[in-house]
Design a protein around this ligand. Structure first.
Ligand code: GLU
Length: 505
């Protein structure tokens, strides 16, 4: 039975889902689920010009991918709906009327040009710019005259001009704002649409939200929300403002830093559980040095009090490392499911897999998953399992394929392997080592050229096990091909830079 704790994730459907949004959603979810509370999804589409259904779809997709679910929301309803602000306009209107009747709000007829002039004047006088309050006390005649000029009013909240607004934030501690600096904010636009400030305060109240957990960028808004709540005689929820997320250059995370949309990370091959783990550690600490924590472990230990107020850095390299840990430890069947569509897209594997072929893919994945940090790079790391069309890396050429001994060595090995009646890692190993012994050279001197010929690379998983997963005839053909190319001098190092054996990530 949910207790009285209620939180909300309240995105504006105006674009892609930023890592910061995902972080906020995740922390709300962690708090709700760790406390047995309820999670509400509320769509804040008061920016009527920029909100789109498509953007809302992206939000749903991002949340589902991360495994963040909700108990009430536009798609599932709930006792406090509607959960889309544009469907609640009459509700806000009633609150605005209350404020106007109590002289807590008033019509403002200033044009954008006049507002800019006011700000200019203040800047020139060296004072922080704000609305100067000139429409606060207009008479009925003034208003009629301004209307007759064709002006459309907006509605502003009358804020206190003196004193302080104190926010006792669970994460940021006590934050004090000087009321004289606020300036009366707009609560209803000339279009008749409420602004974010009004809608958020009314909805948090009516939806009985107990804890507002959101990005620290909203902290300055909170002083307005507290004043609105006071004017409406509404008990404020508790506030917890999450720390800023920075890019690696320690500036606020933005598109300049590359991918910032959650879906981009999904496309790049992040596992949702790795992203979940990574985001949870941005601004929260489990109280130990541990970094790989399951969803349940995070839930068991999560508290808002353990969140930090200082900014945290979205370190892509670390996120990628963490993803690699998750892939390595994931079940091969699961990883195979995830890489299959990527392989199909590249035409490396057929669309309809027989059960045997699927089993084979799982074995390939099992052999390779500890080397892959992003699912999207699996196909290049493991390319040689799927096609003979692979490059011979420069290092492989230089170290093993350009030697005068290579062609004979590879041809002999091809003959021996071709003669095997049983194709297994054991028989392959015995053959390779047997040849080295017979030639009186170190096993490595056969193993390395063999790997270079069969895979084009110098490093990879156990050679005998990977060869077992290839067709015997394909291996033999690759050995002969490399032998011939080598004899023809076509495997000399190129002047290209050394590529790592497979992509670095
Ligand atoms: N719609 C706001 C945003 O997307 C939500 C702010 C809040 O949580 O109050 O930033």
């Amino acid at each position: 039975m949910p207790n009285a704790i209620r939180v909300r994730f309240a995105p504006a459907p105006t674009g892609y889902m930023h890592i910061g949004n995902a972080h906020t959603a995740l922390f709300n979810w962690l708090f709700a689920r760790s406390q047995g509370g309820s999670m509400v999804l509320r769509v804040e589409d008061t920016d009527e010009l920029r909100s789109t259904d498509e953007a809302l779809g992206v939000i749903y997709e991002g949340l589902r991918w991360l495994g963040v679910d909700w108990d009430e929301g536009p798609d599932i309803g709930g006792p406090y709906g509607p959960y889309v602000q544009s469907e609640r306009l009459d509700i806000y209107q009633a609150y605005v009327q209350r404020l106007i009747d109590a002289r807590q709000a008033y019509e403002c007829f200033c044009t954008p040009e006049e507002l800019e002039e006011q700000r200019e004047l203040m800047r020139a006088r060296g004072i922080p710019p704000k609305y100067d309050g000139r429409c606060r006390d207009l008479s009925q005649e003034d208003k009629q005259r301004l209307r007759a000029e064709g002006r459309e009013p907006c509605i502003r909240l009358r804020v206190k001009e003196t004193g302080k607004t104190i926010i006792n934030d669970i994460i940021q501690g006590q934050v004090v704002y000087d009321n004289a600096l606020i300036g009366d904010p707009v609560i209803v636009k000339t279009s008749g649409y409420p602004t974010y400030h009004l809608a958020v305060v009314v909805d948090d109240h009516l939806m009985q939200i107990t804890h507002v957990i959101r990005a620290v960028e909203h902290l300055p808004n909170t002083q307005i929300h507290l004043q609105l709540q006071e004017a409406l005689d509404i008990k404020p929820p508790q506030y917890a403002h999450l720390p800023l997320i920075l890019g690696e250059d320690r500036t606020k995370l933005s598109k300049r830093h590359g991918a910032v949309a959650v879906t981009d990370y999904a496309e790049q091959g992040f596992l949702p559980e790795a992203m979940f783990n990574f985001l949870a550690l941005l601004g929260w600490s489990p109280g130990s040095e541990e970094e790989i924590l399951s969803r349940q472990e995070i839930l068991d230990r999560f508290s808002l009090e353990a969140c930090s107020s200082s900014p945290s850095v979205f370190d892509v390299e670390k996120a990628t490392w963490m993803n690699g840990e998750y892939i390595t430890n994931a079940d091969a069947q699961h990883v195979a499911d995830l890489v299959l569509p990527l392989l199909q897209e590249e035409g490396l594997i057929e669309q309809d897999l027989t059960p045997q072929r699927r089993q084979w893919l799982v074995k390939v994945v099992d052999l390779m998953k500890s080397r892959v940090k992003l699912l999207s790079t699996f196909s290049s790391w493991a390319r040689y399992f799927f096609t003979d069309d692979f490059e011979y890396e420069n290092r492989a050429r230089r170290q093993w394929l350009n030697d005068s001994q290579t062609p004979a060595k590879l041809e002999t090995l091809a003959d021996r392997l071709e003669a095997l009646s049983e194709w297994s890692a054991d028989t392959i190993e015995t053959t390779v080592r047997g040849l080295a012994e017979q030639m009186d050279i170190k096993a490595a001197e056969v193993i390395h050229p063999c790997r270079a010929a069969v895979t084009g690379t110098t490093i990879g998983p156990s050679l005998f096990h990977l060869m077992e997963l290839l067709e015997q005839s394909d291996v033999v053909a690759r050995l002969r091909r490399a032998a011939q190319l080598s004899a023809a001098g076509e495997l000399a190092p190129t002047d290209q830079e050394d590529t790592p054996s497979g992509p670095a990530t």
